[in-house]
Design a protein around this ligand. Structure first.
Ligand code: PMT
Length: 221
């Protein structure tokens, strides 16, 4: 049993993947299952925190003792995160958020016309929630953590992303078999804005989550 080192703290975690609707039956989405975010929520609750989990399209049941807010799109995720972050000691963005959404939404199902080429899908930019929360810092001393799933130049891309987003910690995980999207397991390097690098060996998503909370707890003290 762990020490309740997050007792008296409010932490907010996002999980899952946003879906950006094109029409009533179609969306642009990604392969996030929500497992990493749920592992973060469960482990924080086990360490005594009050936990708000903002879940985007995850199919898992609500973890015991966690406040769950369910959302669909990036815009809905932003609203729920900003509301919950207002009094949070720490915010962790494990969700995979669409950078762009379709510029228009068709209220009726888009029909295929046999004599026409498919119409291109015009996109507009979604808000960058992590950058906004990092910049705004609803509370002084609030610790903000981002995630980055990368396929190439993993660490270099992670370091650049950490700077661009302005968060305190960035968990860099490489996309691959038996890790990241959909897997029960993960492996990562946690980059700190202070230049620290904490490698986390391949293992259950809870183990990575506990390392994240160790690093957060050290920054809250
Ligand atoms: O859900 P699982 O199946 O368990 O998989 C876990 C995971 C692979 C989704 C997770 O470990 C992970 O890496 N999440 C981040 C995915 C990602 O690639 O994020 P990104 O590089 O697009 O964004 C970087 C950071 O900015 C993330 O913290 C993201 O939440 C945030 N972001 C991104 C875009 C945007 N418009 N707003 C944001 O806040």
């Amino acid at each position: 049993v762990r020490e309740p080192d997050l007792a008296g703290r409010h932490v907010v975690v996002s999980a899952g993947g946003t879906r950006e609707p094109l029409d009533p039956v179609r969306f642009l989405g990604n392969r996030s299952s929500g497992k990493q975010g749920y592992a973060l929520a469960r482990t924080a609750a086990a360490r005594g925190a009050r936990v708000t989990l903002v879940a985007a399209n995850a199919s898992m049941p609500d973890p015991a003792g966690v406040d769950v807010v369910r959302v669909g799109t990036a815009v809905e995720l932003r609203e729920a995160m900003l509301r919950a972050a207002a009094d949070a000691d720490a915010v962790v963005m494990a969700a995979a958020v669409a950078d762009f959404r379709p510029a228009t939404y068709a209220t009726g199902k888009i029909k295929k016309k046999d004599d026409q080429d498919p119409a291109p899908i015009a996109l507009v930019r979604n808000p960058d929630i992590l950058a906004e929360i990092s910049t705004a810092r609803a509370r002084s001393g609030q610790v903000v953590v981002g995630f980055a799933a990368e396929t190439d130049d993993v660490l270099a891309n992670g370091r650049a992303k950490l700077k661009r987003k302005g968060c305190d910690l960035l968990v860099v995980n490489e996309v691959g078999e038996r890790k990241t999207f959909g897997s029960e397991e993960n492996e990562a390097v946690v980059l700190g804005a202070d230049g620290s690098e904490t490698p986390v060996a391949h293992g259950p998503k809870e183990a990575l989550a506990d390392t994240v909370w160790d690093l957060v707890a050290a920054r809250l003290e």
